[in-house]
Design a protein around this ligand. Sequence first.
Ligand code: B12
Length: 214
Amino acid sequence: MESINALFDQFTEALDENDKSKAISVFQKALSSSDLSIPMLYEHLLAPSLNHIASNSKDQEIPIWKEHLASSTVRTALELSYPRVLTDQQPKTGQRALVFCLEEEYHELGARMTADYLTLLGFETYFIGANTPRKDILEAIKFFNPNVVCISVTNYFHLSRLHDLIVKLPENRPFKLIVGGYAVHHSSNVEELVKADFYANSFDDLKIIKEAIL
Ligand code: B12
């Protein structure tokens, strides 16, 4: 089997050429290799392939349609991965996890990946989407009664929105609150801005958190 680096090069080349069918056939080849785990495929192929678009854009403006096309290709790759997520799932924990993005946050792919990580770790996982209004978040928490609530924040401006949500949650909340994503990962003072139980960014972080809370 080809290395993850070689597959990454082929996948990003296809994205650069706006060739969705080529990108997906590279991804399917990667997905069929039992040597490459889902977290490896997400963290070393899909996520950097999108972040690479931006890091490539210093000299020239990348058109928004190109970002949309690349995001839609990655979304297709994620949906194709779900049967493998179920096959590779660890024994069920009996715990529920709720995953979402805040209102006005349209960057949803990191949250989708996080939902799959939690499924892999044996959680019953509910991904309720991007751009979720606060009222609906509170209703979903009531409805699902989750053990874990995971919020993915990409845009820095949404950290204050996250703070506003957290202060609306009951003080002795019956779940663990985990926050992550680009804004959390790239802010030096996130722990002062928002009071969560855990700040996480990867599958391995979630694995450690699972061991700590079970
Ligand atoms: C694709 C993209 C978009 C797409 C999103 C499509 C979609 N449906 O998700 C579209 C075109 C909609 C978009 C819009 C905008 N975008 Co944009 N976008 C990107 C881009 C190129 C990639 C983001 C991405 O999806 N990466 C792949 C995912 C999978 O990676 P990830 O989110 O980091 O997730 C990984 C980990 O962080 C982790 N993770 C994520 N969340 C969590 C949570 C937990 C709990 C855990 C454990 C782990 C975890 O899991 C993933 C796998 O490892 C980035 C560039 C970049 N460097 O990030 C800019 C970027 C994020 N966008 C940016 C901006 C400014 C915008 C716009 C404001 C642009 C505009 N002027 O319109 C709008 C904002 C829209 C909005 N209101 O939200 C800025 C954000 C700056 C900031 N932090 O404030 C970036 C960084 C570009 C830049 N360099 O300026 N964008």
